[in-house]
Write a protein that binds this ligand. Structure first.
Ligand code: ZN
Length: 332
């Protein structure tokens, strides 16, 4: 990294590929969250969350496109700004706030509308505008503040490639790093917002990219092959079924077709935030092979090996309670 220019000014950069110790990787994050890194808005936290929430959407070279990153970034900020009315900077409105408020006016949207209620065209339009504005500073700033260890990037090519050492490290310590990020982010938001909007602040940050309407996935799974509960085998109907994140949402923080199964409401409630028994992981891999054959949207970056790893990373991150339905109606 050229030390004479600040990270945010870089047009492209390469990660430091030399082997570094875990201590050094931790120190990159300690530096990022320290008061030494300049901070006028909350973008750095939001961009880190966009990467962490996209960890399992990387391709085989651990690359993410700016479209993937900034559509998540846009979703997070849309909800923080409109749904939760959280300012992102002390004195004046940020560019991001302007883009979002302009979109509300342009599309005549009601106050506080959540991101998931927007049409696909609106989402594309908004995340494109956010990408064009924010890619200039945000990508290089986070690169510089993590001592050049996090990723390589190219603003013109609009991609970012995560350092493999860093990728393993973040996957292993995901929950801890996420908590550090939320803590610093919340502290920042508290300093620039009125007391009236900072209640439940950590939940607001955590759920800024959570979608509640999963009917799109329910319809696909139904149509394809599942009219039984993935866990207990009981017959389900469209009116009486839940879409379950196989690896809990609280760990994965993203909606992926390869991680969704249909479950009866009882199993979904009982499984809750737990991991299912490994034999269901095997069943999911078989099920996903079918989805791959049909080349469903969202299966592009699915890897069987990665799903196995995510399951074990979840266990390393504290998801130790393994769940099984009490009785199984019949074999899946
Ligand atoms: Zn069930």
């Amino acid at each position: 990294m050229d030390k004479s220019i600040a990270g945010y000014e870089l047009k492209c950069a390469t990660y430091r590929a030399e082997h570094v110790s875990e201590d050094e990787l931790w120190s990159a994050f300690a530096h990022l969250f320290s008061s030494q890194t300049r901070m006028v808005s909350s973008y750095k936290y939001g961009f880190l969350k966009s990467i962490i929430d996209n960890l399992y959407n990387v391709d085989e070279h651990l690359t993410l496109t700016f479209d993937q990153l900034f559509s998540k970034f846009g979703e997070i900020y849309w909800n923080l700004i409109l749904k939760y009315e959280l300012r992102q900077q002390a004195k004046r409105e940020t560019y991001l706030e302007q883009i979002i408020r302009n979109a509300v006016a342009k599309y005549h949207l009601p106050d506080g509308i959540p991101y998931e209620s927007l049409s696909a065209e609106m989402m594309i339009d908004i995340s494109h505008q956010i990408k064009m504005k924010c890619k200039t500073n945000v990508v290089g700033a986070l690169y510089g503040d993590t001592k050049g260890l996090f990723y390589s990037f190219d603003k013109r090519g609009e991609w970012l490639q995560i350092n493999p050492q860093m990728y393993e490290f973040i996957c292993k310590h995901k929950v801890t790093i996420e908590k550090l990020n939320y803590y610093e982010w919340a502290k920042f938001l508290e300093s620039v917002n009125d007391d009236s909007v900072v209640n439940h602040l950590l939940s607001k940050i955590d759920e800024s990219a959570k979608r509640n309407n999963l009917s799109y996935y329910r319809d696909i799974l139904f149509q394809e092959f599942e009219n039984r509960c993935f866990y207990c085998g009981k017959r389900v109907t469209k009116a009486h079924v839940d879409v379950d994140h196989f690896i809990p949402w609280s760990f994965i923080k993203d909606d992926n077709i390869w991680n969704f199964v249909l479950a009866c409401p009882e199993c979904n409630r009982r499984k809750s935030d737990k991991l299912a028994d490994p034999k269901y992981l095997d069943n999911l891999i078989v099920r996903n092979t079918n989805l791959e054959t049909e080349s469903y949207k969202g299966m592009e970056n699915y890897r069987r090996d990665r799903l196995l790893k995510i399951y074990s990373w979840a266990r390393k991150n504290g998801y130790n309670e393994i769940w099984m339905p009490k009785k199984k109606v019949e074999e899946y």
